[in-house]
Structure formats: structure tokens, C-alpha cells
Design a protein around this ligand. Sequence first.
Ligand code: UDP
Length: 236
Amino acid sequence: MTLEGNVVHEGKTKILYKEKPGELIMEFKDSITAMNGRLKETIPGKGEVCSKITEIIFSHLEKNGVNTHFISRVSEKKLRVKELEMYPIEVVCRNIAFGSLLKRLPLRSGEELKRPVIEFYYKSDELGDPMLNEDHLAILGVSESEIKEIRGTTLKTNELLKELFRNAGLKLVDFKLEFGKYKSNILIGDEFSPDNFRAWLENRPVDKDLFRMGEGRDTVIKAYLEVLKRLEKVVN
Ligand code: UDP
């Protein structure tokens, strides 16, 4: 059967194919979306760039003792990953006050936080991805020890990536992770790309905020390529 025949999931920006037991192929599409899919565009080359940034970041994390689902590259836009049983949550980690945090705390936009802030959200388009506390997480079946481990991994990831981005001349403002279980281990899944993190180059965004702000495809792809180029330089 062709790969296309084995689609197990198609989302807004990625397609997952089943190839063999315990493994998936994750294909990055050239699409970009915002506002829950209401803003949509195709940017040629974006899938390849996001797959490469994800590969660089996940390889760097693995090298430093953080487990991810990444196995290997398959082709320009495709990565081979471990098949996880995903937690239905998004984990956001913040270093700088921006985005939705400004609606919760009396902080200045762009202000450095005294300490990283971790937030949990329920992945649900229907409910609008509501924020969760630890009681809500327990109702969703995420235990206290799992929360502790997810928090620890997120903080370690943040420390490693803050430094990597700093070396690349970028400021890591915030990012979103997803987690899943593989043979009773908790691994980072999904992707790590400018679609899911905020990074600033000389205090200007080089991430999906450009698209959210209404910038055209050329500006967006140029920024994503700049991030890739800078990360490639510091990991090689
Ligand atoms: N984020 C994401 N997916 C989401 C929501 C947020 O990848 O569904 C990322 C977002 O790109 C940013 C971080 O999580 O890097 C924090 O986002 P925030 O809560 O500030 O929400 P936003 O301002 O993007 O609505």
C-alpha cells in the first residue's frame, strides 16, 4: 500500500502516516493557519523549513538527555517518529510576557519574567483550548507524577533551548510542547517550529506572529529560513 493510503491523521499543518507498528511518518504541509483556522495560507517551502527546524531541535534535545519522538529524516518534508499515545494537552512555557499572558497578569509586553511560567491547555477546538489547572488535568487522567515529569522536562527543554537560541542570536520568548507515552515513557511529540514558538531577532518576531500580524508569505518564509540558518550554524 502507498504511504498515502495509510493516513492516520490529517491536521491543519501536518499529515501522519502509519508505516510499521510503533512508528509514524510525520509530513509537514506548506500551509499556515491562525485564529483557529480562520486565517489560512499556503507558503511554498514552509513544510520543509519547519521539518528541518524540528529535526535540529529534537536532535539537540536528545543529545542533552531529553526524550522526543524523533527517529530520523525520511525526505524533504517527512520525519520518522515514534507513535505516541498523546496526552490531550498543550504545554506552554514562557520567558517573556507576551501573547495571552498579558490578559492574565499585570505585566508589560516584552517584559522578562522573573521565572519561567508553565501553563497547560486542553486541546479542544470545540471548547477553544481552555487553560487547565492540576485538578482539571486529574479529571483528564493526567496523574500528579505525570504532571511533575512533564513540568520537569519542559523546564529542562526551556533551559537548553534558551541557550541554543541565545547562541543563535535569537530570544526564545515562549513555546508550546505536546507530550505522549511510548512504552510507558513520556516523550515530547509533535513539532518544534516557528509555528509553535515565539522568537525575536533584535526584538522583532521571526515566527508565526508575522502571519498573525498580516505579513505576506515572503516575509514569513524569509523569517523561518533565517531561524533555520541561525540554528544550523550553532548546532553544526
Ligand atoms: N501556541 C501554539 N498553539 C496554540 C496556542 C499557542 O503553538 O494552540 C504557542 C504560540 O505560538 C506561542 C505560545 O504557544 O509561542 C504561547 O501562545 P499564547 O498563549 O500567547 O497564545 P496566542 O497569543 O498565540 O494566542
